[in-house]
Ligand binder design. Structure first.
Ligand SMILES: [Zn+2]
Length: 529
């Protein structure tokens, strides 16, 4: 997602307890939600069919997250009209004892009602008309949907929504006879419905192999012409570019939906929600569209198995946003974007913590410059290290291998090592598990006798950040009459003293002129010359 200013503070207050009812012995295969939305007020009624497999026969309780609802009954799917099976519900967790002779797979139907405290937002939209929008990230599906509310248990989902008359409904997947079905497994945090008075416009469809994938823009009618002509003008081209770089678009359709999400944009699988305010104020850019579209591959189709690997979602979307932008508008877009990402990371308050920060329990606190900006730099530096060909080959292989499943940073490392044919443990350890970044103090002086330039390079970052290994650091020597020479050196320890033959007397030395590394450097000509 893209975060929006004051949104985070509000979310932190409403954050549910972290954890989720992640269950080792249960694998949810699909959910079918029948949701009745109200004509007035905010109370809903729901029937949820949860189809699951019991991996371990000994696991005798199905535990579902559901916060603040009233549970009316729980029935076995095969005896839907029979008596309720026993359950306990404490207002946060629904526990359904499973008899051993029920076998596997199993389906249970949970009937419930209540007013969601969060997760499904019903109220006036930016134009003052009623609308309903889900907003589940990270663990807010549980406020209105009984689920195993953790990214490690992805499932297919169907929404059958009974909505007041003037509303159109959009949700994940394809619509058929009034029900939306996403047949591919997706995380609960991207399961959504939106219901409002919408204008729907169809953009050029995407051709993906033998499939034709509709690309749609759903807006409040007042904002439709603007959305089609400015932020979503190239909605199809963006998917084209990403599909070429990574692999087939993962879903049956892509809808871009104006909504009341509290995030700037939220990458719900095949139905991306965007905050309404930038539409209304006519200041929406294409960057957020590229970012959320890239999430369809990374975050949605390939999902981080645990919140601590969030960079696999946000770092990837932040980087591929710029890579797609560069493919459409030229390489300066990437260079400038990476420069901005470096500045905002280095100026952030998370530089003393690593990207994979297991001390953080609340996923909302992981929406930080480590997972977004530094995460984008990890990919950019990896690409610089192993080259474009191995990098994109690896990225495509990672997508192919983990599509519709979940992955960890170790899974990604293994795939990239195979693509590059080199060991990359040091690289991932250094950039994901170490905090900070290298700060290089560089001094140089020409040796008049040998014609060489003598350099001293010291890693001067604070000791707690550790040392960094930079196998390829580019130095640029500039001399009179436009003379330029670039040389690559390796920095492996705290201090390095290279001597470089330069066919002219330099007047200036630059460090990493191509912006390939996340670092800060000071350069000074040594005194006495
Ligand atoms: Zn994102």
């Amino acid at each position: 997602m893209r975060t929006g200013g004051s949104v985070l503070a509000a979310l932190l207050v409403a954050a549910p307890a972290p954890g989720g009812a992640q269950q080792r012995g249960i694998d949810v295969k699909s959910y079918v939600f029948f949701i009745t939305l109200p004509d007035s007020g905010r109370a809903i009624r729901g029937d949820a069919l949860v189809n699951f497999e019991r991996r371990a026969p000994g696991d005798s309780v199905l535990t579902l997250d559901l916060v603040g609802m009233t549970v009316d009954s729980v029935r076995l799917a095969r005896t839907q009209y029979g008596p309720s099976t026993p359950f306990t519900y404490d207002g946060r967790v629904l526990r359904i004892p499973l008899r051993p002779d029920w076998g596997s797979p199993l389906g249970v139907v949970v009937s419930y009602h209540g007013t969601p405290q969060d997760g499904l937002i019903i109220g006036p939209n930016a134009h003052g008309r009623r609308a309903a929008f889900a907003d589940n990230w990270p663990e807010r599906a549980r406020f209105w949907l009984p689920t195993v509310d953790h990214p490690s248990d992805k499932a297919a989902v169907t929404f059958a929504v009974f909505a007041p008359k003037p509303w159109l409904v959009v949700a994940n997947g394809r619509v058929s006879r009034g029900a939306w079905t996403e047949s591919r497994p997706i995380p609960t945090y991207t399961m959504v419905l939106g219901a409002a008075e919408f204008a729907v416009s169809r953009h050029r469809a995407l051709i993906s192999g033998r499939d034709t994938i509709p690309i749609e823009v759903w807006t409040y009618p007042e904002d439709s012409a603007y959305a089609d002509s400015i932020p979503f003008r190239r909605a199809t081209e963006i998917v084209d570019v990403l599909q070429r770089l990574i692999g087939p678009f993962p879903y049956e359709k892509l809808a871009h939906v104006e909504s009341s999400t509290r995030f700037g944009g939220m990458e719900n699988s095949s139905a991306i929600f965007y905050a309404e305010k930038p539409y209304v104020e006519r200041r929406m850019g294409e960057g957020v569209v590229r970012h959320e579209t890239a999430h369809q591959w990374f975050g949605d189709a390939v999902t981080e198995r645990d919140w601590h690997h969030l960079w696999l979602s946000e770092g990837f979307a932040s980087y591929l946003d710029l890579v797609a932008g560069a493919a459409l508008d030229g390489d300066t877009l990437l260079a400038r974007g990476m420069g901005r990402n470096a500045e905002s990371y280095m100026g952030s308050d998370v530089v003393d913590r690593p990207i994979i920060d297991t001390t953080v329990g609340d996923p909302l606190q992981l929406l930080n410059a480590n997972n977004y900006q530094k995460g984008s730099w990890v990919l950019h530096m990896l690409r610089g290290l192993i080259g474009d060909s191995a990098f994109f080959r690896g990225l495509r292989s990672y997508y192919r291998t983990y599509r519709d499943s979940t992955a960890t940073s170790e899974d990604f490392q293994e795939i990239m090592e195979a693509a590059a044919g080199v060991e990359l443990g040091w690289f991932f350890r250094q950039w994901l598990r170490q905090p900070g970044y290298p700060q290089l103090d560089v001094t140089w002086q020409p040796d008049p006798v040998t014609g060489r330039v003598l350099l001293g390079i010291t890693q001067s970052q604070k000791a707690e950040w550790g040392q960094f290994r930079l196998p390829v650091l580019t130095l640029e020597f500039r001399g009179p009459e436009g003379a330029v020479l670039r040389r690559d050196i390796a920095v492996t320890g705290r201090q390095t003293f290279p001597r470089i033959d330069v066919p002219f007397v330099p007047t200036e030395v630059r460090v990493d002129p191509g912006g390939k590394l996340l670092l800060r450097a000071t350069v000074a000509r040594a005194a006495g010359n």
